[in-house]
Design a protein around this ligand. Sequence first.
Ligand code: ADP
Ligand code: MG
Length: 713
Amino acid sequence: MNLSTPIENISGIGDVFKKRLKKMGIETIRDLFFHFPRRYEDFSKIIKISEVKINEVCTICGKIKSIENTKTWKKKMILTRALIEDKSGTILSIWFNQPYLTKILKEDDIVFLSGKVVFDKYGMFFSNPIYEKISKKDFSLDDLTHTGRLIAVYPETEKISSRWFRSILKPLLLSFRNKIPETLPEKIIKENNFLPINEALFQIHFPDSKELAEQAKKRFSFEELFYIELFVLKERLKLSKEKAIPIVFKIDLIKKFVNLLPFKLTDAQRKAAFQILKDLEKPRPMNRLLEGDVGSGKTVVAAIAALNTIKNGYQVAFMAPTEILAKQHFQEIFKLFKNFNINIGLLTGKNDKFYSKKLKNDFIEISRRKLLEKVLNGEIDILIGTHALIQDKVKFNKLGLVILDEQHRFGVEQRAKLCRKTSINKPEEKTVPHLLSMTATPIPRTLSLTIYGDLDISIIDELPKGRKKIITKVIDKKDREKTYNFIRKEVKKGRQVFVICPRIEENNKNNEKNENLTEVKAVKKEYEKFSNEIFPDLKVGMLHGKLKNSEKEKVMKDFKNRKIDILVSTSVVEVGVDVPNATVMMIEGAERFGLAQLHQFRGRVGRSKYQSYCFLFTDSLNKKTKERLKALINCENGFTLAEKDLEIRGPGDFVGTRQWGVPDLMMDSFKNISLVEKARNSAKEILEEDIEFKKYPFLKEKLKEFKNKIHLE
Ligand code: ADP
Ligand code: MG
């Protein structure tokens, strides 16, 4: 048996558990070893029965004097009552609704019991303690697995109990002790005083003390961060050795463009644009992230970079995560470049239409084939689109700049693929296009040092002048009617409304109980309700991801042209959609969305001179939800909200971290800046010393494995 041995070869794992484990992604012994506990329970205090105190957690050891099942007189519950005796005294133990226990625990058995002693109508007794039967003669405390020590508690999934994991893991780990190959360079282990892998693995599952559990956790957290750093730093190093076309900063051109804008750029926009234009002048590929709150005006900054690139004679690719957004960028860019004689192409899903701006003030529809031809021969200056841009058949003539909007919506590989698109006209020069990514979801510093590999960052930290603060409120159930009346008034004033629902269709029927609990608002149902019952006098529209492209387009167009008053939608409107006349954002099931996402929704309104509102509806007001919604109400700054989101929810739900497949227990490490920096420095040292990992073949292996683990969407 080695670490790659499939789990079905382990004695004690049959078909049922094999299936359950596979569902959790556990297929080999290695996977099992690296399925880490979520937390620990401390049962290490072993005392005499006479020393037991009420409400204290402890462990006792004694002989079962008697054990029997009894029914409570209301016959609602089965109690298993056992009397336990040691030299100091006796105590009662009661298990509730576990009658099978009398088959396992018998009179005269020696047992350890861990748990809490309570006092109520049954007297003083151990309530539902964890038991461990001792059958060995030469028993020692080291043999304890479930009681009398720190006990690992595993994430509750797929009907596998923590007890089961502990029972399987202990003998396995013991048989592998000192046989598991080290995965960190010796030097790093020494420098940081880390536990060696064999010890660390044992301690993380069966810790001898809290300190050792913490040390093991620290080692694995470091290791996780270390691989991420190795991976991103290596990619970055590779990129810095590539060549790019220097794009000359055409000052007069940019001045002219800025002067023709219908508004004055904010200082933050100017600064960001300047940083980007300076960066583009270098013969190395730019890799810059433009961070700016929703509505801060990132598009126009990207347009400046695009214009400068195009007038240097190179093409631009502009990719957005949804069709709606790509279409909107196309229209926006079309307007912005009206006076600059630029050909613009739009390329989206399979059945979409394609346009190309032809010198005049209008755009025409051309076939997909024609469009691709024009991209290839260089006639199209800027190609805007969705994932469709990544396809192999899309070939550029001389691609100079790639722009990614809402970059966190794209997988690592998708980003890389677009950037690898080289130009066809001078293959001997082999250049890489510059990359400008944009996001409205600010990235906390620890994350930007890890998964974003220390990108260069430009920040737009101010909104255009004259925007009013959006009034955000959690609406009480009883005030629903009032809110509807308010919405009607807003519409009568000429404004428009977004309604966001978390799901498209109702959950399936067999889940009815759950359904009632959370009362999932389905878009379709909600749409019917709004159009037939609540606002029969108003024009209600519906938007969701399952509509056909042409239908989506029509809905968005109608909404923009005020043919729709109220748009009921799923989260497809989350990113970027710009309808300045909308002033109310109503969100159903607000607890189902992350803070960053809620902030994005809110950013759909408040884009004009009118006062705007964000109304939050929720059925679950647990502590975390309350805390999150409160943060949203009190804070309008996306950067602060991002740090808060990381704090409240942890990075598990945070942009990008899921893609990296980091285990739950390690997630906290993303908040630990000093550990992140340590991992980063170690990774740098290793890469400087030996970038091909000749000395460290296990790192090469691990990195390959790591690369496969990253979800490539
Ligand atoms: P985001 O950063 O969320 O992508 P957009 O680029 O969509 O924001 O800009 C939001 C809106 O603000 C657009 O309608 C845009 O024309 C407008 N806008 C951008 N910059 C300014 C500015 N400096 N002054 C006024 N309005 C602006
Ligand atoms: Mg945008």
